[in-house]
Structure formats: C-alpha cells, structure tokens
Design a protein around this ligand. Structure first.
Ligand code: UD1
Length: 375
C-alpha cells in the first residue's frame, strides 16, 4: 500500500503542471503567449476584464491547443477580487502580467485611466505575490521607456529618456515599482520584457490582433485598408531623417514574442533570476513604414491605397533593438521572417472578414465595414 502511495506521489510530482497566472490573457499578446505556454506544458489561469479583448478568444485558444484554460472576468485593479482568485486557485507559481491599457494617443487624452489601470493593477499583483507564495512575475514593458534614443540599436543599458506619453510614463513607473519591490522582498523576482513593435497572428489564423474601432497601430490599419474596411492608410510623415523619410521601428512577430515569455518564465521557475532582469525583445532590425507597406503589398498580392500626411504628434523618429542579451541569456531569438509575419496578418484579416460576413448573413444587419468607411 505504502509503495503504491509513493509511486502515485512520484507520478503526480512529475505529472503535475506548474500553475501560471496570465493577467490580460485574452488580449493580443496575452492570447498568443497562453497558446505557447499551454504547448510548453503549463497549466494556465487567465484573468481579464475584457475591456480590450473578447471572450471568443478563449475558443480560439481551445481550438489551437485542445485545452480551455481557467478564465475569470476580473479587473486586476480590484484587490479583493484578485485576492479571492489566488485563494481559490492555490499554488500559482508565477504571473505573466499583461493587463494594461496601451494606446499612446488615448493616454494623452485620459492620463488618469492609464495611471489607475496600469499602476494599480501592478501594485495589486505585487502585494498579493508574497501572500500567496507566487515566486516571480514577467512584466510587459515596452521600448517606449527609451523615449527617442540618441542612436539605435538600443541595449538594456541605454539611458531612458523622459517618456513621451502618459502610457510610456506608466511603463517607466511600473519598472521602478517592480525594481523597488523586488529589492525589498527577496522572495520574489521579476523579468521585465521591453517589447518593440509586436505584429502578426498565430499561423492558424484562429487568434490575432482584434483592435477596437479604428486601429491606431500600423499593421491592423494596413490590413483593414487592404480589406476595404478603411479607404486609405495615412503615412504619418516622410520628412524624418531616415533613408526614405518615414519612421523606423523594430517589428517583432507575436509568436516569437510569446516564446520570449516562455523562456523568461522558465528562467524564473528554474530559480535563475536574482532580483530583476530586463531584456529587449526585438529582431535587431529597423524597418520603415514605407518598407513595411510595400512588403505587405508584395507578399500578399494586394493594394493598399495610401497618402503621406503630416507627422503624428508624439511619434519618435527611429528605434530598433539590440536583442543580444535575450539571445544569449534567454537563449531566445526572433525566428519568423517578415514575409511570413505579414502573410499571417493578411490570413487573419481574411478570417475576420469571413466571420463578419457569416454574422451578417445570420443577422441580416448592416455590414460593420460600411460603418467604418471613411474613418
Ligand atoms: C507605440 C509605442 C509602443 C506601444 C504601441 C502600442 C512608442 C515608441 N511605441 O508604438 O510602445 O506598445 O504604441 O500601441 O511609444 N503609422 C502610420 N500610419 C498609421 C499608423 C502608424 O504611418 O495609421 C506609423 C507611425 O507613425 C509609426 C509606425 O507606423 O512610425 C508604427 O506605429 P504604431 O503601430 O502605432 O506603433 P508605435 O507608435 O511605434
């Protein structure tokens, strides 16, 4: 009897999956990361308040992985609800904290929403970590913390400039909050990932980026224009000090970015992180808006009407990553080609348009795209 028990215990130990909480796990980067985490063998718990995501994403995750993760509709700014969540789901070992607002322009118009959401959510999870014996947190930071750097590529040691927007400021503040908290509390650790410009969709096209209303980011705008939902793309400025005059960014495939989270998490769970570690997550290559546009048209054989307009306020001229620290320490590198990434976006756009058409057939209602025209 005793032996059977022992074998069972051994079996359970090696079969039991590590429990990970993903806040904002139904959002764009969150959902792709959840897929990669499930495929890497973790047991995933998602909390998301659905302000910028959709419950249907859960079905996409299930279709891809065969697993429907535990999901609770909770706002991370609600301390009591988060505390209850941790008590209900004992044994969470680490958190990947995506839950945050991320639209630069909106943050300028409504800064307090950004400070409330982004800062309070983080403070809550950090306070709850030691209480519920959570060992580490992977934090979604951004290259926005570098402001307009004097030169690119930027490494993690590049001095941070004053943030250009309240959104960017929340990322700088959150990085400081984590650093101070981890310093004061040796039982927790953190990996902060500074994302460059995440683009693309899961190759299955079952999940992807779902912008609310008029997209402010480049790639959703390009793909919606190619699909006829938008009349034309406005290219914000061709008078920058860059080879073709348009801004330069480091566009990273969302599945590659998801894999960087898996690598960061593994490092935390293997107790290899002491205190705080910071990594740039980018390709190391800067591409201009016009280069992205022409490559999108070429690989997808579509036309994207466009016009050059004035600069967008708050835009920085150029930035791209030096990802060598992540390459070396996390043993991670961006793998998906730009061509495949841009194809995945078009495939996702076609999937969305098809679904919309099906819904229209059922409802017989006004086509969503006609409501969006002219914006
Ligand atoms: C910004 C933030 C980034 C944040 C992201 C989330 C900075 C430096 N970066 O990225 O941290 O995660 O928002 O929303 O603050 N463009 C056009 N026409 C369009 C849309 C965009 O020409 O209709 C151009 C922009 O001027 C820019 C490039 O495309 O040069 C990329 O823009 P976007 O996709 O909005 O991302 P960032 O502003 O770089």
């Amino acid at each position: 009897m005793e032996v059977t028990k022992q074998i069972k215990k051994f079996f359970n130990k090696y079969n039991s999956k590590e429990k990970i909480l993903v806040t904002g796990g139904l959002g764009y980067i969150g959902s792709h990361t959840v897929v990669e985490l499930i495929e890497a063998g973790y047991e995933i718990f998602i909390v998301d308040n659905l302000v910028n995501s959709n419950i249907e994403v859960l079905n996409g995750i299930k279709e891809i992985t065969g697993v429907k993760p535990v999901f609770e509709n909770i706002d991370c700014t609600d301390y009591v609800a988060m505390d209850r969540f941790f008590s209900k789901h004992e044994g969470i070992k680490a958190i990947i904290h995506f839950a945050a607002l991320k639209a630069v322009g909106e943050s300028v118009e409504n800064p307090l929403a950004y400070y409330r959401n982004n800062v309070i959510s983080l403070v809550n999870v950090l306070e709850l970590m030691p209480i519920h014996k959570v060992e580490g947190i992977v934090f979604s930071s951004s290259c926005t913390v570098y402001g307009q750097p004097d030169h690119s590529p930027v490494s993690e040691d590049t001095p941070l400039q004053k943030a250009v927007s309240p959104y960017g400021n929340t990322k700088q503040i959150c990085e400081d909050i984590i650093t101070d908290t981890v310093k004061a509390n040796p039982n927790i650790c953190s990996v902060m990932l500074r994302y460059f410009n995440p683009i693309g969709a899961h190759p299955s096209a079952l999940i992807g980026e779902l912008p609310n209303g008029v997209p402010s980011n480049l790639l959703p705008f390009i793909s919606q224009t190619a699909a006829g939902i938008r009349k034309k793309l406005s290219v914000f400025g061709n008078d920058y000090n860059t080879p073709d005059g348009s801004c330069i960014r480091d566009y990273i495939n969302v599945m590659d970015l998801a894999d960087a989270h898996v690598a960061a998490l593994r490092r935390i769970l293997d107790h290899n992180v002491e205190g705080v570690e910071i990594y740039n997550v980018g390709t190391g290559k800067g591409l201009s808006v016009l280069e992205i546009l022409s490559t999108f048209e070429k690989v997808n054989e579509v036309k994207v009407p466009c016009e050059i307009v004035g600069r967008r306020s708050g835009d920085i001229e150029q930035i791209w990553a030096d990802p060598s620290k992540a390459n070396k320490v996390l043993n991670w590198e961006a793998k998906v080609s730009l061509e495949d990434t841009l194809k995945s976006i078009w495939k996702w756009q076609l999937h969305l348009s098809e679904n919309e058409e099906n819904k229209e057939k059922v409802k017989g209602g006004v086509k969503m795209s006609s409501l969006l025209h002219g914006s």
